[in-house]
Write a protein that binds this ligand. Sequence first.
Ligand SMILES: *Cc1c(COP(=O)(O)O)cnc(C)c1O
Length: 385
Amino acid sequence: MAVITGSSLRRKIMDRDKILLTPGPLTTTLRTKLAMLRDWGSWDADFNAVTAGLRKSLLDIVHGHETHVVVPLQGSGTFSVEAAVAAVVPHDGHVLVLDNGAYCKRAAKAATLMGRRCTLSSFDEAAQVSPATLDASLTADPGITHVILIHCETGAGVLNPLQDISDVCATHGKGLIVDAMSSFAALEIDARKLRFDALVAASGKCLEGVPGMGFVFIRKAILAGCEGRSQSLAMDLYEQYAYMEKTTQWRFTPPTHVVVALAEAVAQFEEEGGQPARLARYTGNYRTLVDGMAAIGFKPFLDPAIQAPIIVTFHAPGDPKYDFKTFYTAARARGFILYPGKLTQIETFRVGCIGAIGANEMAQAVQAVALALKDMGIASGAPAL
Ligand SMILES: *Cc1c(COP(=O)(O)O)cnc(C)c1O
């Protein structure tokens, strides 16, 4: 054990949390963090009231009280994607995954591991998935029962055309499962306009809670058919739903601190002005970021027309002195956590625009990036031609 000297103690006290420019976990407010400083009994009425209030608020966000129920689930967001597929798609169903990135491939892998027949419809990772192509695929293969769409493909940051895809699925009478993990609460999702069987999001993304639970909106009309379908004990959404309705409790130990932090985060979301206000703040973050980065030479990977204001992929600088690890460490030393790229072909890095941060933090982040380049002796962020 190192002895804590006066100065290192002082340094520890002065240490501020780094700003997380990552798509979850992300920077949370002090108020959200403080909500976790209490212990809660999982059987206790006070805690169960928090869960009930949270479920109501989540349905409010999508205007889904008439059409959908919401089922919270322990674990990271991927747990809920896997659970949604297992609950919604019959064992002999056939899933078509609209694939334009890493999270699409992850959803396809989950569906395959759940034993569902799964087909990929592949698109360029720099493009949106196409409703017209989906329409043709569903016409060509009437055996397809469900479509999986990633709303914002966090791999590159593409915003996919949710309304159009939902309309095509409705026309063909196919089930739609939406992974709205990185878009929920920031981009509009209105269950009165969209038809979806399941829509999945999580605590630690644009609601600005801490990670540890997901939640799935399930269409009431298909709920009864989900009973007994999941081959998982712990991740059976129907059982979780039925137990919660009957007892007000979670089926197995709830992530109590995550739940109360999310309830506090949702209260702040509502006070801020809900989804439109959150989108406005993130759009401001996005503009400050891309304008500032452009001024020091950086080029975004995507066409701005299909870019969601959630996470931005930048080309790596073309200078041979560039190395992501060194760059990351230099930005980190200034208090900002960047995110590696997730593209297979070219070298990139990503910067998130989400979390309890505003234009000031984004401007400081650009400054940190500029200083990181200077440390590395790189004159410009411009990519190789
Ligand atoms: C964050 C995210 C997930 C879930 O990832 P976890 O690591 O399981 O939290 C799933 N899909 C998308 C599009 C995401 O952005």
